[in-house]
Write a protein of this length. Sequence first.
Length: 213
Amino acid sequence: MLQGVSKKAFLRYYSCMKSFFTSLAVIAAILGLIFATVFFGLGFFLSPQSEPLSKADTIVVVSGGQTTTRAEKGIELYKQGLAKNIIFSGDAYGDGPSNASAMREQAIQAGVPASQIFTDTDSQNTYQNAINSKKLLENNNSEKIILVTSPYHQRRTRDTFAQVLGSKYSIENVSSDDDRWSKSSWWGTRFGRNISISELQKLAYIYFTGNYQ
């Protein structure tokens, strides 16, 4: 009888332990799936794109990163006839002319009429880009924009502009080329890792605090 009771107890113990380890395995699999989704999806999260693009009133190019390639993308979109105006936004990072002024000259040399180019030469961060661009958009009676920046900067820029501009404005997203970063392999370089984590931290701060500045 004692042996029978011991066997039943052992079987109950074995069944409980089996259920426990099965549950652990399921939890580990779920956590692994979540981690993989976040890890491999981070680049796509940071770089939302509007495809296909439709015609807008103004193209807004935010400086920073590889400013020249951001301007090139804005110029390319203008020459495709996707908007009648371009706004270049951004101050200099140090001495010399502002990034906006440099992008303006780049556009003029590429054949964009000076009369269709507007500049914000004061902005030193993304929130200021949005605030100062809004003033220019209001002066031009623009309500639909194509927003150009580096791919890793796209979501934070879009969210900031959406917050500042409000529901009156429609925003489409397109990123410039950046040979230092890829949304499908953002972890492959030190720059890619650093800038991606930095953007994620800034977005987390915005989402938790509601402070875009």
